[in-house]
Design a binder for this molecule. Structure first.
Ligand code: ATP
Ligand code: LTN
Length: 335
């Protein structure tokens, strides 16, 4: 029965407080989290331990962590329905991560695209945490025996590792972990940069014109869409030959719920100017209610505090059970 949390399937997902959230984060994951919260027993986390795999200013990390929690709530996540918490508040994540790291092959981590990309960006001194990042992510997911993990397409490879580690642990010891499935949206799983439409939109990108933040104001949103890179073809058409326009159509469709065909039809014979004007307005109008609510939560930090404390308690309880099972199976002596 629905009232019995144990019978619902379990969801885990997280976002790093490595900057302010973009519409890529929103369309690729957060929007789906909200839709799934009624049907599933959901754990949604701000993964601050993941964020420090690239340099973070402590003050900004604190600010971003609270802001992301505020965005979770403003986007519609209900702390009565799901568990909202901060990763570093629940020690079992790091503890399970250690055990799993002893079962992860170097070769598997070496193949990770995100590691390759981020390590190329860094200034030389690579840290081991950036390399083992996907193991911590696997720990996040497996600790709650999640059935489903709603993420954008870029996380597929990391999810595959989580599945692999679950299988490996289960067959080396005995059945312990649920093997999780990804939940990747059909549309919006990979929103591209507005400046370089062959790259994914990323909150830690250097050029602010490349992304739209959930908290950008109306004028900024409109200006960024106006500056978005397109092409000289001049037709609003969803095709790989026009990656900039294709991306804008995807964004338009995700925010309006209009189909791609309807959008192409609406802008038949019209120029990019009108299309860009409209998409700017649409996105600004869609995000305005979220922005207002975020302000409320940031002005009421005590409410945020209460929510993340309660979330940590619930997450701690669930994760401790799984961690002690793991410790027992690997042969650690119980206290
Ligand atoms: P960073 O730039 O710091 O690596 P990010 O913006 O890529 O961060 P993450 O915290 O790594 O964001 O990702 C949070 C969630 O948002 C993940 O589920 C990820 O798949 C999704 N996501 C990130 N960028 C996009 C995007 N451009 N399109 C769709 N989903 C995205
Ligand atoms: N690696 C993810 C963030 C993340 C995550 C998770 C997502 C950390 N742990 C667990 C889903 C489930 C990313 O978006 N870069």
């Amino acid at each position: 029965m629905a009232e019995n949390m144990d019978e619902k399937k379990i969801i885990f997902s997280g976002i790093q407080p490595s900057g302010a959230l973009t519409i890529g984060n929103y369309l690729g994951s957060l929007k789906n989290w909200v839709e799934l919260q009624d049907e599933y027993n959901c754990y949604y986390c701000v993964v601050d331990q993941h964020a420090i795999t690239v340099p973070q200013e402590p003050k900004m990390l604190r600010k971003n962590t609270l802001e992301i929690l505020a965005v979770y709530l403003a986007a519609g996540l209900d702390p009565e329905k799901c568990t909202l918490f901060i990763q570093s508040h629940v020690p079992a994540h790091a503890q399970l991560s250690w055990v799993l790291s002893t079962m992860t092959y170097m070769g598997q981590l070496n193949r990770m695209t995100q590691f390759k990309e981020k390590s190329q960006k860094g200034e030389g001194n690579l840290n081991a945490g950036l390399f083992t990042y996907p193991v911590l992510m696997a720990a996040d997911i497996l600790l709650y025996n999640a059935d489903l993990v709603p993420v954008g397409e870029d996380q597929k490879q990391h999810l595959e590792l989580a599945r692999d580690l679950a299988d490996r642990f289960n067959s080396r010891y005995s059945d312990t972990f649920t093997v999780p499935d990804g939940y990747i949206p059909k549309l919006g799983a990979r929103i591209m940069s507005l400046q370089e439409p062959e790259k994914k939109m990323s909150k830690s990108a250097e050029d602010p014109n490349s992304y739209i933040l959930i908290l950008d104001d109306e004028a900024t949103i409109k200006r960024k869409f106006k500056r978005a890179v397109t092409d000289s073809i001049g037709i609003v058409k969803y095709t790989d030959e026009q990656p900039g326009i294709k991306n804008l159509i995807t964004i338009y469709s995700s925010f309006s719920n209009m189909s791609i065909e309807e959008i192409e039809k609406k802008y038949e014979g019209k120029g990019y100017g009108e299309f860009k004007e409209d998409i700017g307005q649409l996105v600004a109008d869609s995000l305005a209610p979220i922005r207002e609510k975020v302000e409320y939560y940031l002005d009421n930090k005590d409410e945020l505090e209460r929510i993340y404390r309660e979330g940590a308690q619930k997450a701690e309880k669930a994760s401790r059970r799984v961690l002690s099972k793991v410790y027992r199976k690997v042969g650690f002596i119980q206290r």
